[in-house]
Every structure is written in C-alpha cells, then in structure tokens.
Design a protein around this ligand. Structure first.
Ligand SMILES: NC(=O)c1ccc[n+]([C@@H]2O[C@H](COP(=O)([O-])OP(=O)(O)OC[C@H]3O[C@@H](n4cnc5c(N)ncnc54)[C@H](OP(=O)(O)O)[C@@H]3O)[C@@H](O)[C@H]2O)c1
Length: 257
C-alpha cells in the first residue's frame, strides 16, 4: 500500500480509533469510507471532507455484510484497503454462573464480524494494486485482562487469524495487524478520560508514523504496547499479567470513586 491514493474502508469509523485513523488517512490523500451502526457518528467523522463517505453497517448481521459489500464495491470499485476496526468490550465476572449474552455478542462482533467482512471482500481485493487488509487486535491479545476474558480471547483469535491470512495471501494482499495499548476512547464506560490510558491523538499519530516506515511492518506496535506484545518472548509473562491486571483494577476503582 502506498501512503496516498488508496480507497480505504474502515469499520467503526464513527468514533475513537476508527474516526482518528480515518481522518488521518484522508488527510494523507486517500479516499476513505467509514462504516458503523450510527449514521450521525459517521456523518461527524466525514463532515466537510471531500473523498470521504459514510455507509451504515451492523457487522453482527451476515446478510447486512453481503448487501454492504455489494453497495461499497458498486460505489467504490477502486477499493483496495479494508480495515477491521469495529469492536466491543464488555467486563465480565466469570467466577459464577451467569447470562452469556455479552459473551456471544463479543464473539459475533469482534471475531465473526471481521472474518465475514474479509470473506466478502477478499476476491475483490486480490485483483487490486496495493491491496491491504488491516486487523485491529489489542495488547490484550498477548496478555489478557481477566476482567474482560472473552474480549481478550477474541483479540487473541484475530491475532492468530491474521497470521494465517498473511501467509495464505502472501504476494496477493498485504495483511497488517494494529495492536493498540489502552487508549482513551469510549470503548468502555469512563475510558475516555481514564488516567494511564494513551491519549487518542497521540496514539493515532504514532500509528500513522509507524505505518509510513519502510520496509513495511506486519505489526504496527506503538511503544506503549510493546511490553504486552513481547511479554512471552521476553520471559516476563507472569509478572506482566499481574501488573496489567492490578493497574487496570486500580484505574477502574479510581474512575468509580
Ligand atoms: N481503546 C482501547 O483501549 C483499545 C485497545 C485495544 C484495542 N482496541 C480496539 O480498537 C477498536 C476501536 O475501538 P475504540 O477504542 O475506538 O472504541 P469505540 O470508540 O467504542 O469504537 C468502536 C467502534 O466499533 C463500532 N461498532 C461496534 N459494534 C459494531 C457493529 N455491530 N457493527 C458495526 N460497527 C460496530 C462502533 O460504532 P457504532 O456504535 O456506530 O456501530 C464504534 O465506532 C476495537 O476493535 C477495539 O477492540 C481499543
């Protein structure tokens, strides 16, 4: 993928990381389509920007993905980059029997959603110059947050899927993983201002700088996420697991006080 002149689809483009990356990619000279469930949020992201468009999508609905892909490809036949960014995060107590609705929703949105979206676009992407698939995982793919076990598991699964996809599509479609650290967005209640989480603009700026590096990297890892990404390889997994979960508990407690 060249830095400019691409036609890029990004899911979850109405808020947080998706909106911040969509606007920076647009600033860099790309056409960008943002997708998500809330039309007003998407409209806010694209306001006043030519070469940006918004299409509603509920990624939980397989039929909606099929119709969405047909519409996007009819309107944007030059589409060559798909960024799977939409996601949800729910805190769970897994120490007692409970309602598993949040568990099922998390797997549908975070795991089945990207797999279905990739399936809908892969045949088209293989025919495009500079074709690229980008999957958003998380530092929690590598060291889980025990208060969000299903979320962490879906991100570990998407990391693994991304590795397979990269190898399978080698020479046809580049496959990139972005694994963010904790970033100040509305992903969970109170997170937009939670101390210790990375400010959104700083995160998005660092991602864009890393993305521009040559040769291109398979994984875009801001400095702050590297201790999680490398914990196992550096033989620091047990202590990193403890530190991550203790500091997250403290941050949530401070937010609730
Ligand atoms: N913030 C962090 O600390 C952090 C850390 C690691 C990874 N991430 C990942 O980064 C990605 C973006 O999250 P964020 O932090 O920017 O949070 P966010 O602001 O809540 O963004 C999530 C986006 O996903 C969209 N979405 C959720 N369910 C959807 C569905 N069923 N269909 C279509 N779109 C859906 C939402 O839009 P609608 O509600 O309009 O549908 C929203 O714009 C997620 O994959 C998240 O797991 C975030």
């Amino acid at each position: 993928m060249t830095p400019t002149g691409n036609t890029i689809l990004i899911t979850g483009g109405g808020s947080g990381i998706g909106a911040a990356l969509a606007q920076r990619l647009h600033d860099a000279g790309n056409s960008v389509i943002v997708a998500g469930r809330r039309q007003e949020a998407l409209d806010e992201t694209i306001a006043g920007r030519e070469r940006m468009s918004a299409v509603t999508l509920d990624i939980d609905d397989p039929a909606a993905i099929t119709a969405f892909a047909a519409r996007v490809l009819a309107d944007h036949p030059a589409l060559n980059v798909v960024i799977n960014n939409a996601g949800i995060m729910k805190l769970e107590d897994i120490t007692a029997k409970r309602d598993l609705a949040d568990v099922e929703a998390t797997i549908v949105t975070n795991l089945l959603g990207p797999i279905r979206l990739i399936d809908a676009f892969v045949d088209h992407l293989k025919m495009q110059d500079g074709a690229t698939i980008v999957n958003l995982t998380s530092g929690l793919a590598f060291v889980p947050l025990t208060a969000a076990p299903t979320y962490s598991a879906t991100k570990a699964a998407i990391h693994s899927y991304t590795v397979s996809l990269r190898r399978a599509l080698e020479g046809q479609v580049a496959v990139i993983e972005i694994a963010p650290p904790g970033v100040q967005t509305a992903l969970t209640p109170g997170q937009e201002t939670r101390p210790g989480y990375m400010p959104l603009d700083a995160f998005a700026d660092e991602v864009m700088a890393l993305w521009a590096e040559l040769p291109p990297s398979n994984e875009i890892l801001v400095e702050r996420v590297r201790p999680l990404r490398n914990a196992e390889a550096d033989h620091r997994f047990p202590e990193t697991l403890g530190q991550l979960n203790e500091s997250a508990e403290r941050a949530r407690a401070a937010g609730n006080a």
